[in-house]
Design a protein around this ligand. Structure first.
Ligand SMILES: C[S@@+](CC[C@H](N)C(=O)[O-])C[C@H]1O[C@@H](n2cnc3c(N)ncnc32)[C@H](O)[C@@H]1O
Length: 194
């Protein structure tokens, strides 16, 4: 599940996860954000429709990160006005930076299961004090040996609870049609460092 794997998925057009526009739950979440000065990270952003939506709404400090050069090039081609300095072609687990908000959508389910605890810790380290991670996680298993890898609320709590306080964690009520009843919306706030 390396850069080559993801580059090939994009090259072959095997991108069943790509919903083609900002997804409804994230759009609704973004629409109630007020602080346009927030520094935001979209890890494993793919075609990054959410970044485009945020940027055009005036959230100028939104950053797109993806390990796939093909995905990144696709984003640049689609949205050439997006600041290049905010487009990061890197492995999330090697990324250094500080953000106020991380937005998750079908990235967590794309990483290998053994990296899940590390993802939660990495998100904690990438956030400023009081920072938030919010987004969507699948609430079921796919029963396949390749991404997406599903899970349960209980399992996810195990990874995130050492680092985050739960503000919202419930079945999404506004999912896009193919994902109705199949995903959880979450909003976790960074715990104070001990
Ligand atoms: C299932 S796709 C989701 C893309 C996007 N979030 C969406 O909803 O359309 C997973 C994405 O994560 C990226 N990715 C996988 N492993 C990564 C890693 N370690 N660091 C950064 N990006 C990664 C892939 O290149 C791919 O774009």
């Amino acid at each position: 599940m390396n850069k080559l794997y993801w580059d090939n998925r994009y090259r072959e057009g095997e991108t069943g996860w790509d919903v083609g526009s900002v997804s409804e739950p994230l759009k609704e979440y973004i629409d109630q954000l007020e602080d346009r000065g927030m520094k935001i990270l979209l890890p494993g952003a793919g075609n990054a429709y959410e970044a485009e939506y945020l940027f055009l709404k005036g959230f100028r400090k939104v950053h797109v990160l993806d390990i796939s050069t093909v995905a990144i090039e696709g984003f640049i081609n689609r949205f050439p006005d997006f600041p290049r300095s905010q487009i990061i072609n890197e492995d999330f687990f090697r990324h250094d930076g500080k953000y106020d908000l991380i937005i998750e959508q079908t990235f967590f389910c794309a990483i290998e299961r053994r990296l899940r605890a590390e993802y939660a810790e990495k998100a904690f380290n990438l956030l400023n004090d009081n920072g938030t991670i919010a987004g969507l996680l699948f609430n079921h298993e796919f029963g396949k040996d390749e991404p997406p890898y599903g899970g349960t609320k209980e399992e996810y709590e195990k990874y995130f609870s050492p680092f985050f306080v739960t503000e919202i964690f419930e079945n999404a009520y506004n999912s896009i049609k193919p994902r109705v009843g199949r995903e959880l919306f979450f909003k976790f706030r960074k715990k104070r460092p001990k």
